[in-house]
Design a binder for this molecule. Structure first.
Ligand SMILES: Nc1ncnc2c1ncn2[C@@H]1O[C@H](COP(=O)(O)OP(=O)(O)OP(=O)(O)O)[C@@H](O)[C@H]1O
Length: 262
């Protein structure tokens, strides 16, 4: 594989500005005047009580769900004006079952009208970045859950997104697979510098994968705490035992328990 193929993948690092965001369901507000800034290249973890609106936030940010008011801008542009990648929790429903894994990854690139040679170069570069050892010519049902979710992640990154949205990407996977994928993903995201919003139900995972962790309250949702995660990258499983990690976890757990009790 030529080295320039991997090097060609250089998405822009984009900053996100959310101002006065409003959203209600059935008259019940989830967000009423929510503001947030995300620095370019940051991985922002979003953590909070069940039903506080984590998925709603990233779905609105990704343009999958309309907002009632306010704005979400990417270096001043609407989401419709930028390329985004989205990885869903449920990899079984995310991939096209009738397309081989490689064709799932090629699909958005073909839709973009990319010449065949570039499509293949991106596919090869991604396979190299993610150290893929399985056969991408298999169909999704022939792959393990972890392999399928890896294909979903590769497909999301294939379009060279400016922003990546991850909604509980590992929650349907076993622990061993989760650790391996976490390790791979953080290396790739930090290498590429993609601004990322990550929703996870797992506090340790949120801390391990984030530059900054946004702790949310129950709805109407506000920010309970905004925690910089100052730990060296990459963060291997062993980092979970470090005193700095334990201190961050204790702080976040305390905030979470107060948010749930409120
Ligand atoms: N389409 C919808 N119609 C009505 N209510 C909705 C809709 N989508 C979400 N909600 C409600 O809005 C709130 C926020 O939902 P959301 O899925 O964003 O929360 P979450 O924090 O991601 O939840 P969880 O932690 O359970 O995954 C919940 O109370 C949910 O029931």
């Amino acid at each position: 594989m030529p080295r320039h193929a991997a090097a060609s993948m250089t998405p822009r690092e984009t900053a996100i500005a959310i101002r006065g965001l409003r959203k209600a369901f059935g008259g019940q507000p989830v967000y009423s005047g929510f503001d947030l800034d995300v620095k370019r290249g940051d991985i922002l973890g979003i953590f909070g009580p069940n039903g506080c609106g984590k998925s709603t936030l990233i779905n609105m940010a990704a343009g999958l769900l309309p907002k009632d008011g306010g704005e979400i801008l990417y270096d001043g542009r609407e989401v419709s004006e930028i390329r985004v990648g989205y990885v869903f929790q449920n990899y079984r429903e995310a991939l096209f079952p009738w397309r081989r894994a490689a064709d799932n990854i090629r699909y958005p690139l073909r839709r973009m009208g990319l010449p065949k040679a570039q499509v293949e170069a991106r596919l090869t570069a991604l396979a190299e970045r993610f150290r893929v050892r399985f056969d991408l010519n298999r169909y999704p049902y022939e792959l393990s859950g972890g392999q399928q979710q890896l294909v979903s992640i590769m497909r999301a990154l294939a379009v060279e997104p400016e922003v990546l949205f991850l909604d509980e990407p590992f929650s349907a996977l076993d622990f061993e697979t989760t650790l391996a994928l976490r390790d791979l993903l953080q290396r790739v995201l930090k290498d590429l510098g993609i601004t990322t919003l990550l929703v996870s139900h797992d506090l340790e995972e949120s801390i391990v994968l984030s530059d900054r962790l946004l702790m949310l309250t129950r709805r109407p949702t506000t920010v309970a705490d905004d925690v910089p995660i100052v730990l060296p990258w990459p963060r291997a499983a062993a980092a979970l035992a470090s005193p700095d990690f334990m201190a961050l976890k204790a702080r976040c757990l305390d905030v979470f328990q107060r948010a749930v009790a409120a």
